[in-house]
Design a protein around this ligand. Structure first.
Ligand code: ATP
Ligand code: MG
Length: 250
């Protein structure tokens, strides 16, 4: 995943500017930084839930929203955008399961309708994933009958059901009661250990960030303040803004 000279404005509010970074295949990168620094916006741009104002994002070498053609910046049509984002899974802070569907239906929906899997294959795959996230018993429940941690584990299984090459995680534990945070992070750590899915993670769980990240990027006001391996960023941050931020969250 490559960001090149990315610019994002909401009206006259410039949220991201001159943003360049690459996430290699299989790499886990955590974004940290104060509220409003643009972390969620970055993930939403990758999902094409937000329109790029300037610059380019490539995923697996494929331009996502805009491409350069004859020296011009040309918008990529929605149909092609959707094809590229099929390989990207996202889990949000607020469990966004379909409330009127069972756990199992939530998971098989996209594999059947987007990827064209047979129902039998989708169900068997969903059962494997539910077992992996410790939710095998709950397949016929509705989301409202689950705890927040359980809903979030289903949301993770739903993202994985599409065999994503990239997983985007936006503060997936910050709406949870403290005693439910651990079970969700444990599932994510297992996935990080057992797969080579690239991950772009926003989290305030600094121990989790240390455990799973190859690299941590500190953001402020829409640009990268510093980046490096977690041991370096958390133990010897080079910038005062990073030190202030870490003191506030730790
Ligand atoms: N849909 C929108 N319309 C207008 N402004 C927006 C929109 N979404 C985000 N913004 C603005 O973009 C900036 C960055 O927001 P973003 O949600 O990316 O920050 P964040 O780093 O994820 O913050 P937090 O840690 O609080 O989640 C903020 O100033 C926010 O007000
Ligand atoms: Mg956010």
């Amino acid at each position: 995943m490559e960001f090149r000279d990315v610019l994002k404005r909401f009206g006259d509010n410039t949220v991201l500017q001159g943003l360049d970074f690459t996430v290699s295949r299989g790499e886990r990168v955590t974004l940290i930084g104060p509220s409003g620094s643009g972390k969620t916006t970055i993930l939403r741009l990758v999902m094409t839930l937000e329109e790029l104002t300037g610059g380019y994002i490539h995923v697996g070498g494929v331009p996502l929203q805009y491409e350069e053609k004859g020296g011009k910046r040309v918008r990529i049509p929605d149909k092609r955008r959707r094809r590229t984002t099929t390989d990207i899974g996202m889990v949000f802070q607020h469990f966004n399961l379909f409330p009127n569907m069972t756990v199992l239906e939530n998971i098989v929906e996209a594999p059947i309708h987007v990827k064209g899997l047979s129902r039998a294959d989708a169900v068997s795959k969903a059962e494997g994933l539910l077992a992996k996230v410790g939710m095998g018993e709950k397949r016929d429940m509705k989301p409202s009958q689950l705890s927040g941690g359980q809903q979030q584990r289903v949301a993770i299984a739903r993202a994985l059901a599409m065999d994503p090459e990239i997983l985007l995680l936006d503060e997936v534990t910050s709406a949870l009661d403290p005693e439910l945070v651990g079970e969700v992070l444990a599932v994510l750590k297992d996935i990080a250990a057992e797969t080579d899915i690239s991950m772009l993670i926003v989290t305030h769980e600094m121990q989790f960030a240390r455990d799973v990240s190859d690299r941590v990027m500190m953001f402020d006001q829409g640009s990268i303040v510093e980046e490096g391996p977690p041991a370096q960023i958390f133990s010897e941050p080079a910038h005062q803004r990073t030190r202030d931020f870490l003191r506030a969250v730790l």
